[in-house]
Every structure is written in C-alpha cells, then in structure tokens.
Write a protein that binds this ligand. Sequence first.
Ligand code: NAI
Ligand code: MG
Length: 358
Amino acid sequence: MKIAVLPGDGIGTEIVAEAVKVLNALDLSFEMETALVGGAAYDAHGHPLPDATLALAKAADAVLFGAVGDWKYDRLERQFRPEQAILGLRKHLGLFANFRPAICYEQLTHASSLKPELVAGLDILIIRELTGDIYFGQPRGRRTAVDGHFPGAEEAFDTMRYSRPEIERIAHVAFQAARRRNGKVTSVDKANVLETFQFWKDVVTEVHAQYPDVKLDHMYVDNAAMQLVKAPKAFDVVVTGNMFGDILSDEAAMLTGSIGMLPSASLDAHNKGLYEPSHGSAPDIAGQGVANPLATILSAAMMLRYSLQQPEAADRIERAVQAVLSAGLRTGDIWSEGTRKVGTREMGDAVVAAITGK
Ligand code: NAI
Ligand code: MG
C-alpha cells in the first residue's frame, strides 16, 4: 500500500506531520512518499501541481493532503494559483464524490453555533458530487443580452447540467454509504424550479430501486438549509449536486464547532481517494504551532477506512481522538474554560500516546 503525502502550504505542513506520526504509530506496513503541492510547488518548480507530484498521486493507493494557498499567490495568473492543484488532482484522479462528515463530539457541543441539545450526538455525512453542475457546465461567459429584462445590457451566464451517468454513480455511492451507516439517504435538489434537478431527482429515484433496504427522501435545497439548523440530527446521509453540496457542507461544518475538527474525502470509482481536512491553509496562524491537527488525523482515519481497507485501524484513530478530547486537551480553536490548551505537536503526540498506550 502506498500513500502519497502532499502537505502543501501554511498549516498544511504542520498538521500533515502529525497525521503521518499517527499513521506510523499503527504499525501497519505502508509506504509513504511526500511531494510538493500548491504554492510550495510553485516556488520550487513553477507549477502548483508538478508532473512528478501528479505521477506520485496517480501511482499511490490514496493521497493524504494538507491544504494549499496563501495571500502572496493571489496575483498570479489563475493556472499558477495554488488552489488549481486541487482542481487538477480531482480531474486527473477522477475524484467525483466528496464525503464531508459533520460530527459533533460530545466534548465540544458548547462550541457549536447551535444550542447543545440540537447538536449533541450529531453524526451526519454530506456527499457532494464534484464533477458536474453549474461550476463546470458550458457555455459560460459574458455577452450582450438579446432578451430578458434588459436587452442590450451586459450580462453573464453559466450553464447548469448533469448527465445520467454522473447522477447514477453518485447515487450508488450514497446508497452504499447509507448501508454502512443507518440506511437512510436524503437527496437534496431544486426540482420545483430547475430541469437539471428534476432530472437528478428522477435518476436518484430510479437507482434507489436497487437499494430497497435503504430509505430515500427528497428535499428542496432551501428547506434543507433550514432543517440543517432546525433539526440537524434528522439527517443521516445527504447527497446533492456540486453547488448545493458546497454550500450545505460549509453550513453543516459550523454545526460541529470547529472547522479544525472536520475531515473530508474525495473518492473515485474504485475507492481510491484524496483525504484532507475541510479547512484551508490558515495563513493567519501558519508557522505558530497552534493549528488543530485533528481534522487531518481524522482524514487519515477515513483514508484507512475507505481506500486502504483497514477499518479497525480507522476505529483506533477515532477512539484515540475521543480519548484526548475526553482528557481535556484542546487546541486554541476548540479551547474553553477548564480545558488544557495545547499546540499542534502536543495534540498529535497525545493521539499517538492514546493509540500506543505509552
Ligand atoms: P481557512 O480554512 O484556511 O481559515 C479560516 C479560519 O479558520 C482562519 O481563521 C484559520 O486560522 C482557522 N482555521 C482553519 N483551520 C484551522 C485549524 N486546523 N486549526 C485552527 N484554526 C484553523 O480558510 P481561508 O482563510 O478562507 O483561506 C486561507 C487559504 O486557504 C486561502 O488561500 C484559500 O484559498 C485556501 N484554502 C485551501 C483549501 C484547500 O487546500 N483544500 C480549502 C479552503 C481554503
Ligand atoms: Mg466551500
């Protein structure tokens, strides 16, 4: 088993180092190879996703990714910006299913934006389609309007589209994920207004016929946004398109307290995946040793579960994270009165100690 380790920029290098330490503590035999990505790769090789990095990611069974980006690259042409590395990896690795669990740890319920009773025990999984929708549909651009409310005015437009195979494959992913959890999927659409999402709803319903053991509901996206803050625990697996998923997964992140706790996975059709924290490179705290490494450590656990077929090892990591939280250790982003503030490295060491029992 080979893991491509791509720490990236900012806190990426600090948090990935802790996840690597945790993986090494498991005593499993995998090979890890590190490469530059993002701004760090641009500085060294003139491109955010150098050929050698892409080749390593392609050859590996899974990719452990930190984060990319920094304000200092904002003026570069788009193709050289660090964030392009993520888009390039998604495209070249065929990653189409983005898993974003939103779990509210019992020890952190006070840190949520919602009342503790609404989020205590929250454990939902948002599955976002990554390749289609209005983000990639053609044509798009600017032109002079020939009709509409202001003919002759300058206008901009994008195209929302989904093909049947794109919807089918993400629906299968969602129903299979639901089988491993509580057998329930909510498909989020805007079928009342958009042809694309009427089609989405029809195709998801057709695929559902192959999963009679899973319960399927449909919900409009505006209602889903409301229900996520009103009764988030009523959801289990949520599956939706690229744009709705982008927005709802960030909303769900805030229910849990800190973005520093949230892992994510982006999977292809063969369980290969890219695993990364849901947050970015946090340039405001980079280099200070204070970033929370738990989202990245939990991403490594997802990697063991989904790509490396090591569910027990994934459980061991997740139990160790619970143990350090129960012991009262907190990085600054989740700290509260009465708990012990620790830095990035101390948090990683504590997870390792909880795993090895030393
Ligand atoms: P961000 O997620 O990097 O930071 C948002 C806020 O959360 C900051 O105050 C930061 O200090 C805090 N934060 C984030 N992760 C944390 C952690 N592990 N522990 C403690 N605090 C944490 O988002 P922002 O500021 O919008 O973007 C910063 C850079 O990251 C930009 O260049 C952006 O493009 C990039 N980015 C990269 C992503 C990726 O690599 N997948 C995803 C999102 C943003
Ligand atoms: Mg987003």
